[in-house]
Write a protein that binds this ligand. Structure first.
Ligand SMILES: [Ca+2]
Length: 311
């Protein structure tokens, strides 16, 4: 991170159908009487975050709680293999990619956190502990900006064009490469835990074990790096525009997808997905203004958010 950016006070004014294709605001940043206390707390938090954000001796990243109440993990940069071999779907040919270190949410963004930062809850399945569902890509990007402003960080998204400033210190949606890197956590198998499909029920809510709609975040087993619900529960928006041949066109280091497109990438499957759609390599996409309410009550509430932030 801009290492001293968590809770910094200088910027408070900013701070299923592809059928193939198948937390609380701890720092209110207002109320003059408490400003001195907040400053002290912020300094302590900054120091604490730096320490806690260092990977532990076991290799698993240690969790960091941000000023707006999200829990994040600092993943080390590294090379890994994107896709599957042989390719299960034609748009997921395996290739080697490098991603820089980044912070990523340990959980899908909850309705409680979204409500606090945005002041609304678009979810079909209302429950503060569940992930916010039924969000458009633009709503997801706007949430990232709201969270950045709440923590005094520079917003990544231009609210007029939705162009992403990757150099800004605030929150954004993960690139496809970042998402898959985080999901795999070192695994080259179909799912983060291996190729044994029956084990999927221990790690993700999907068609076989869901009870209609998303579940509270973090109730099943995490992956090796400690991320929850990477398989199933809700599809997660990525920053990239979708292109079937994006893998052939992109750079090896920090690929960010096509410069423009019609659809944004979704990853990980959801509570109504089949095991194939929950695989680490599986790519899905939707219009950025897509809202799954279009598909009727019986099938809505599929899409959610997981944020990242540069180191
Ligand atoms: Ca998910």
């Amino acid at each position: 991170m801009g290492r001293s950016d968590w809770g910094g006070r200088s910027g408070l004014d900013e701070w299923q159908r592809k059928d193939r294709r198948g937390e609380s605001l701890a720092f209110p940043f207002s109320g003059g009487a408490c400003s001195a206390c907040l400053l002290v707390l912020s300094v302590l938090l900054i120091a604490g975050c730096q320490k806690r954000g260092t990977p532990s001796s076991s290799g698993a990243p240690a969790p960091v709680t941000t000023p707006s109440g999200a829990v994040m993990l600092l993943l080390p940069g590294g090379w890994f293999e994107v896709g599957s071999d042989p390719a299960v779907e034609k748009d997921e040919k395996r290739h080697r990619v490098y991603v820089d270190a980044f912070y990523i949410d340990r959980f899908e963004v909850t309705q409680a956190n979204y409500q606090k930062l945005v002041g609304a809850n678009p979810s079909r399945y209302k429950d503060p502990n569940c992930p916010v569902d039924q969000v458009r890509w633009t709503q997801a990007a706007a949430y990232c900006n709201a969270r950045s402003r709440a923590e005094g960080l520079a917003a990544c998204y231009d609210p007029n064009t939705w162009a992403c400033d990757f150099d800004a210190g605030g929150y954004r949606l993960p690139t496809e490469a970042e998402w898959e890197y985080a999901c795999r956590a070192g695994s080259q198998a179909a799912w983060c835990f291996g190729d044994d499909e029956p084990r999927l029920a221990k790690h993700g809510w999907y068609k076989a074990n869901q009870t209609r709609g998303p579940h509270a975040v973090g109730r099943l087993a995490p992956n090796a790096w400690g991320l929850y619900d990477v398989h199933g529960n809700l599809w997660e928006w990525c920053n990239d525009w979708y292109a079937e041949d994006a893998y052939a066109q992109g750079p090896a280091r920090n690929p960010r997808g096509p410069a423009a497109g019609k659809d944004r990438v979704l990853r990980g499957g959801c509570w109504d997905s089949r095991p194939n759609e929950c695989r680490s390599a599986y790519r899905y996409y939707e219009k950025p203004v897509f809202t799954d309410v279009c598909f009727g009550k019986a099938v809505s509430g599929f899409v959610g958010i997981r944020c990242v932030r540069k180191r």
